[in-house]
Design a protein around this ligand. Structure first.
Ligand SMILES: [Zn+2]
Length: 114
């Protein structure tokens, strides 16, 4: 059976979703057991948008952003949320999400070579 993409999150933290590749919803939940010890605490739904990544079981952040996910900025000391259609769009550097301000800082550092 081919693996399919499931979106799993804890009942009390729907904003912390994770994509898991599995053959059944039950298997998806057991693969996401690090989210919660309690099986019944996990909510799982199919997300066919990510099925194409089943081979590698890795969804690129760019694809998640395009699907409407939001990420905490990777910049040091910054906790801004960045998402695809925000006024402050997410910028990926080395595959990590940054807000516009931190991305500018990061670019500067790279130019300086420090
Ligand atoms: Zn930032």
């Amino acid at each position: 059976m081919t693996k399919r993409a499931y979106c799993v999150h804890r009942r009390d933290t729907p904003e912390h979703e994770e994509i898991v590749f599995a053959e059944t919803p039950g298997q998806a939940k057991s693969k996401a057991s690090h989210l919660s010890d309690d099986f019944l605490d996990l909510v799982c739904r199919r997300d066919a948008r990510f099925d194409r990544y089943a081979d590698t079981e890795t969804v690129p952040i760019a694809a998640l952003v395009a699907a409407g996910w939001r990420f905490e900025c990777h910049g040091a000391g910054c906790s801004a949320w960045v998402l695809a259609d925000d006024e402050d769009p997410v910028i990926l550097i080395d595959g990590k999400p940054y807000c516009a301000r931190c991305a500018a800082n990061q670019m500067e550092k790279m130019v300086d070579g420090s």
